[in-house]
Ligand binder design. Structure first.
Ligand code: PLP
Length: 380
């Protein structure tokens, strides 16, 4: 029997319609900059894919394809600070490393970086933004939804407040876009980072969506592709797949969000009933409908994930990208969890392919796996 896959926040399986859309483009030749008919066909395909991504946002969204969410996040920060880097950035402490790491590099180069405070659910208070903004602030960047604990940020309100102060606003919507209507959640954000592989598209492609006619400096320089905003031959098959994944999101998001919310609540209720001494992280705050984050007292998250893997459930101990490296979770520290709770962090994340049976099987497997890990740790 296939393992139960509950790690969609790390990556989602490729959707069959995405595979089908990409199929004709693998063999090439497909360089969209070439002048001949092959180039023209590739160019048309790229532009159609661009429109499908932009359509998620309505009028006036310009799509710059990148290699993924990480590159989009890096680009928007570096673009805001210019060269040599200068000015000031406002971010939150619960951002993905794709924001925190480049912000750290920019800080080392002399850029001021302020971290907004978050509450115990990891949510930013928009009032705090006023105080954080300085005369030399170049950009405010707060993620739409947290990849570890699932907390949604008041992005529309934050964007509005940044605009009142004449500042552009960026949001990393890599996790949010599968579940939330951009008009409602993202409001008038100027820059939005996206990643295809979180929504049933292929890994290796994403986008920085530029809105409101804002500037964006090219970060990867080379050819004049994408009007100089991102040098490098566009990966036609990947971009086409990304476009198809966005079209699926546009079509299915609403119904999937409702269905998956019910499934994840059933998982949560079942685990609460069967596993003693469980802390449900951010239970009563606006959050992603697919993410169940728990702290299992007296257990080690990595040991739990390994045990669950053996028993046929794919889950995660920490942030999607870093859990394999046993990276310390800054998010759990930022929301004030103590070391014991942080050590037992366990995340289940569901997706468009999750079914009732996945939840039922997980509920049969997880409680005894937790008991086994706790027992082993208690015996030393
Ligand atoms: N931002 C968030 C919130 C993420 O969860 C991830 C991946 O886990 C990324 C950015 C990075 O995206 P990519 O894997 O496409 O580089």
């Amino acid at each position: 029997m296939d393992p139960v896959y509950l790690d969609y926040n790390a990556t989602a399986p490729l959707a069959p319609e995405v595979r089908e859309a990409m199929a004709p483009w693998w063999d090439g030749p497909a360089n969209p900059s070439a002048a001949h008919r092959h180039g023209q066909a590739a160019r048309d395909a790229i532009e159609r894919a661009r429109t499908r991504v932009a359509d998620l946002f309505g009028q006036g969204a310009e799509v710059v394809f990148t290699s993924g969410g990480t590159e989009a996040d890096n680009q928007v920060l570096w673009s805001a600070c210019g060269w040599p880097p200068a000015g000031h950035l406002v971010i939150s402490p619960v951002e993905h490393p794709a924001i925190l790491e480049p912000a750290g590099t920019l800080a080392a180069a002399g850029v001021g970086v302020s971290l907004l405070e978050v509450d115990r659910h990891g949510r930013v208070d928009p009032d705090g933004l006023e105080e954080a903004i300085r005369d030399d602030t170049r950009l405010v960047s707060v993620m739409a939804a947290n990849n570890e604990i699932g907390t949604l940020q008041p992005v529309a309100e934050l964007a509005e407040r940044a605009h009142v102060r004449g500042l552009p606003f960026h949001t990393d919507a890599v996790q949010a876009i599968a579940w939330s209507d951009p008009a409602q959640l993202l409001g008038d954000a100027d820059y939005v980072s996206l990643s295809a592989h979180k929504i049933g598209g292929p890994p290796g492609v994403g986008a920085l969506v530029v809105r409101n006619g804002r500037d964006l400096a090219g970060w990867i320089r080379g050819g004049n592709q994408q009007r100089g905003r991102r040098g490098g031959t566009e990966p036609v098959a990947l971009a086409v797949g990304f476009g198809a994944a966005c079209a699926r999101v546009a079509r299915e998001r609403e119904s999937q969000a409702e269905r998956v919310r019910e499934l994840s609540l059933r998982l949560l209720d079942g685990l609460r009933a069967e596993v003693p001494d469980l802390l449900v992280t951010c239970g009563d705050t606006p959050r992603l409908p697919n993410t169940v984050h728990l702290c299992v007292r007296g257990a080690d998250g990595a040991a739990l994930v390994a045990r669950l893997d053996l028993e046929g459930v794919a889950a995660s101990a920490g942030s999607a990208c870093s859990s394999g490296l046993r990276h310390r979770s800054g998010v759990l520290e930022a929301i004030g969890l103590d070391a014991e709770h942080r050590a037992g962090a366990l995340r289940f994340s569901l997706g468009y392919e999750s079914r009732d049976d996945d939840v039922e099987r997980a509920l049969r497997i997880v409680p005894s796996a937790v008991a086994g890990v706790r027992h082993a740790l208690a015996r030393g």
